[in-house]
Design a protein. Structure first.
Length: 202
C-alpha cells in the first residue's frame, strides 16, 4: 500500500512539474535558423527618421511578444524606439509601445512583451521599429539573416532587403504540449534511472 501511494505521488509530482514547465514563452524564429551566426549582418545604426519593417507569419495560436537580436556597438545608449505590431492584411495597428535602448544588451536578443493576441496561427503580421531620438553613437542596430524559404519581406524605410530576414522570434506564452510530453518523459526516465541505480548499489 505504501509503495502504491509512493508511486502515485511520484507520478503526480512528475506530471505537475512537466505541466508547470510547459507553460513557457515559446520562441519561434521567423528566419532560417540553420544559417550560421557568422553570416548574420545588421541594418546599420537606426537613427531618427529610420524605420525597419519585417513581415512574418505566426506559427502559434497566440502572440505575446517578439524577441529581436540587437547590438549597441558597445555604447551606453539613452535613445528610445517605437515598435508596432500590425495586421499583415489590413495594416491595422494591433499593439504598440516603447523600447528603451538602455535596457538592450549588445549582441543579445531583446524581448518585447505586449498584451496577448489570439487566433494567430497562420496569420500575417508586420513588426516595425522606428527611432525616436537616436543619433549617431546613440543608436541601436538589429541583425538580419540570409533568407531561406521563408516568406517574410524586410525593409528599411523605402529600401527593400529581399535576401534577408530580421533575426526575430515570435514569443507565445502558452501551454506547449510538445514541451509537456518531452519533460514528462525525461523526468520519468530520470526517476527510473535513479531507482535502478539505488537498487543496484543497495
Amino acid at each position: 500500500m505504501k509503495k502504491t501511494v509512493k508511486y502515485i505521488i511520484t507520478v503526480a509530482v512528475i506530471i505537475a512539474a512537466a505541466f508547470l514547465y510547459a507553460h513557457v514563452g515559446k520562441k519561434v524564429p521567423v528566419y532560417d535558423k540553420t544559417v550560421d551566426s557568422s553570416f548574420y549582418g545588421n541594418m546599420g545604426e537606426l537613427t531618427a527618421g529610420l524605420t525597419v519593417q519585417q513581415e512574418f507569419i505566426c506559427e502559434k495560436p497566440v502572440l505575446s511578444g517578439v524577441s529581436i537580436m540587437c547590438a549597441t556597438y558597445g555604447n551606453a545608449l539613452t535613445s528610445t524606439y517605437q515598435y508596432q505590431i500590425l495586421d499583415g492584411k489590413t495594416k491595422e495597428v494591433l499593439r504598440s509601445g516603447t523600447l528603451d535602448a538602455s535596457q538592450v544588451k549588445n549582441g543579445r536578443y531583446y524581448t518585447i512583451k505586449f498584451d496577448e493576441l489570439r487566433k494567430c496561427k497562420g496569420r500575417e503580421f508586420i513588426f516595425t521599429l522606428a527611432a525616436e531620438n537616436a543619433g549617431p553613437g546613440n543608436a541601436l542596430t538589429v541583425y538580419n539573416v540570409p533568407k531561406g524559404d521563408e516568406k517574410a519581406a524586410l525593409s528599411l524605410n523605402e529600401d527593400e532587403f529581399p535576401s534577408n530576414t530580421l533575426a526575430l522570434r515570435t514569443v507565445s506564452d502558452m501551454f506547449d504540449v510538445e514541451t509537456f510530453v518531452s519533460v514528462m518523459f525525461c523526468l520519468a526516465y530520470l526517476y527510473v534511472f535513479i531507482v535502478i541505480l539505488y537498487k543496484f548499489f543497495s
